[in-house]
Design a protein. Structure first.
Ligand code: GA4
Length: 330
């Protein structure tokens, strides 16, 4: 997967978009500076309008980021047979082109890990020095989880919900069903390159099922988000910042006030893209329902369900499916 040749690309022509995607560079992606006193209001606005924003002055040490990036690059440069020792993704492990269990494919290889201590996959990591990979992962995940919790507390404040840890406690719970993903998109030279983005799908359009996702990538473009009108905007890469997605569960907990954002990744025609994503999820037994103070005396837009039920249904869906539809009240 690391060295790509033209015939290899043609072999996987089924992950090509039939027509070049229509993309817009505007409007601007909301930017939240965590060092500013009004950042909680900016977060609320961004979650309502886009379900997506970029964070600067986040407090995650750059050393943790570059250390994990170096370890991930080393891992993806290993021979395929070594990477496969990590185990087939069921759903956790090393995956190549196949995403999920229902036939989705992309021009991507990845490592999908659970962050849950009980079933901690980090012990299966292969490579020359799994210990230093594990160390880098643990440092990075701890710092990013802390930032995700801070953001959720700022959201609770901005929404005037008490207690302020009502959302963050779900990620802090020992049983939190959070996931970590490293995605490597090898360069994909393509005749229809658009501003450095090719029209080959790296990771197809989808929303994230969890509460919040925290993404960091290297300086290679490819990520796009969908706006309400169905158009796609390219997110300029920024290796020093984080990008935050509202997940389906947070959409439900805010009774639709925050929108989970549809996004996708197009491959780059010349550069490799490497992204690291923390998906903050609740414990499996947690009921996912609108927070009472956000109902304003009105009805829940959703039927009641647990995270286990939602996850089970997600794993029988295709990537692009609208997973929340089955849980909406008519
Ligand atoms: C999308 C968000 C996360 O990457 C993920 C993905 C998961 C997987 O790759 O195993 C899913 C996808 C994601 C949603 C629908 C199902 C499950 C692939 C798929 C087709 C790890 C997650 O939690 O949901």
């Amino acid at each position: 997967m690391v060295v790509l040749s033209k015939p290899a690309i043609e072999q996987f022509s089924y992950i090509r978009n039939s027509k070049p995607p229509s993309t817009l560079m505007f409007p601007q992606i909301p930017l939240v500076d965590l060092s500013k006193p009004d950042s909680k209001h900016q977060i609320i606005k961004a979650c309502e309008e886009f379900g997506f924003f970029k964070v600067i002055n986040h407090g995650v040490p750059l050393e943790f980021i570059s250390r994990l990036e170096a370890e991930a690059t080393k891992f993806f440069s290993l021979p395929l047979s070594e990477k496969e020792k990590t185990g087939q993704p069921q759903p956790y492990g090393y995956g190549n082109k196949r995403i999920g269990p229902n036939g989705d494919v992309g021009w991507v290889e990845y490592l999908l890990l659970t962050t849950n201590q009980d079933s901690n996959m980090l012990r299966f990591l292969s490579g020359e020095n799994p210990e230093s990979f594990r160390f880098a992962l643990n440092n990075y995940m701890t710092a990013v989880k802390k930032m995700a919790c801070d953001l959720l507390e700022m959201m609770a404040d901005g929404l005037k919900i008490q207690p302020r840890n009502v959302l963050s406690k779900l990620l802090m719970d020992e049983q939190s069903d959070s996931v970590f993903r490293l995605n490597h998109y090898p360069p994909c030279p393509d005749a229809h390159a658009l501003n450095g983005n090719s029209n080959v799908i790296g990771f197809g359009e989808h929303t994230d099922p969890q509460i919040i996702s925290v993404l960091r990538s290297n300086n290679t473009s490819g990520l796009q988000i969908s706006l309400r009108d169905g158009s796609w905007i390219s997110v300029p890469p920024d290796q020093f910042s984080f990008f935050i997605n509202v997940g389906d569960s947070l959409q439900v907990m805010t009774n639709g006030r925050f929108k989970s954002v549809k996004h996708r990744v197009l491959t780059n025609s010349v550069k490799s893209r490497l992204s690291m994503i923390y998906f903050g999820g609740p414990p499996l037994s947690e009921k996912i329902a609108p927070l009472p103070s956000l109902m304003g005396g009105g009805q829940s837009l959703y039927k009641e369900f647990t995270w286990f039920e939602y996850k089970k249904s997600a794993y029988s869906s295709r990537l692009a499916d609208n997973r929340l539809m089955h849980f909406e009240r008519i």
